[in-house]
Design a protein around this ligand. Sequence first.
Ligand code: BGC
Length: 371
Amino acid sequence: MVKAIAVFPRTKEIRLIEHPEPHITQPTQVKLRILEVGVCGTDRHICALAFGNPPGESEYLILGHEALAEVVEVGEAVTQFRPGDLVVPEVRRPCSDPACRACQAAHQDFCYTGTYTERGIQNLHGYMTNMVVDEASYLHPVPSELREVAVLTEPLTIAEKALVQALQIQARLPWRTNAASSDEPGRGLRAVVLGAGPIGLLGAMLFVTAGFETYVYSRAQAPNEKSTIVEAIGATYLSSETTSVEQLKERVGHIDLVYEAMDAAPLAIDVLRNLHRNGIFIFTSGTSPDHPFNIDTAAATQHLTSKNQAIIGTVNAGPATFQSAIEHLGIFQQRWPQVLPALITHRYPMEQAKEVLLAKPGGIKHIVSIA
Ligand code: BGC
């Protein structure tokens, strides 16, 4: 048996449980010892029973989808991993519909049917447990020097996928087509990141690295630990308590890209109204039912069309973005050695996971240490 943190939807409990130890049953599988798992808003939604489902007949769902693990055993057909290697597993698994072109092309992050599964979220157990078995094709190797920060890979993949899409949309402008493949594809553009949680801050690091002049717009007044990180990476922090959306627009000048990671729809819509011509607005957080809002749809579509704007939503991430996230963590570590460790507020033992999941402790990223 292994230990696991599980949510029981029927009895509305979250508990540390004993779970049968998994074993390799296919030659393409890998057995992993989980080292660390990040806690995010999705986990808290699942604990509030607003989201997620246990697999099959199971009465519980093992939580956790942001993992760092160590290979302990490989199936006969696995040649790319050895025991001792560090890996980050993907979250989403394809649906079984042969007509789903996205899943058939290993891009289940764009699944058409919605019947994909997600580890720790949707119909598959997650990683808050000592041992798991996974297909080698869903694992990404991590260099050992990233051991302390690689648990941040999965949240960074959200920004990676957003950036790839933003650059593809930018490339519709004939004079920017070549910029997309340059070293600093964002040079000459201004990005506003909404929210200074882990997804926002990792996104800001990525946009700065891509050459964008980057602003982070978040609630708390500066100075605070988040604004300190923002300034350390060469971006500008603005608090929504002291800077109105109009002042934000004046300060930034042209808002070419908005990366929303805030879960505050009314504010996001205000910023959307101030998006520049040919601008792109990317939603990553969805909008929680706690923040209902109304849009004047006629005015909104008028804005969109007369200014050539694009609004997109993005979720999850594909294999290439996991790889680029791991590479970028290495680049961030070299460029700003203090910053990634500062995103990790605290590491908790499994025995305290429930408290972290239920309370919302301050700080930035909370991690459950498994091994
Ligand atoms: C995860 C994604 C997942 C999404 C929806 C997020 O917290 O990072 O991988 O697709 O939740 O379930």
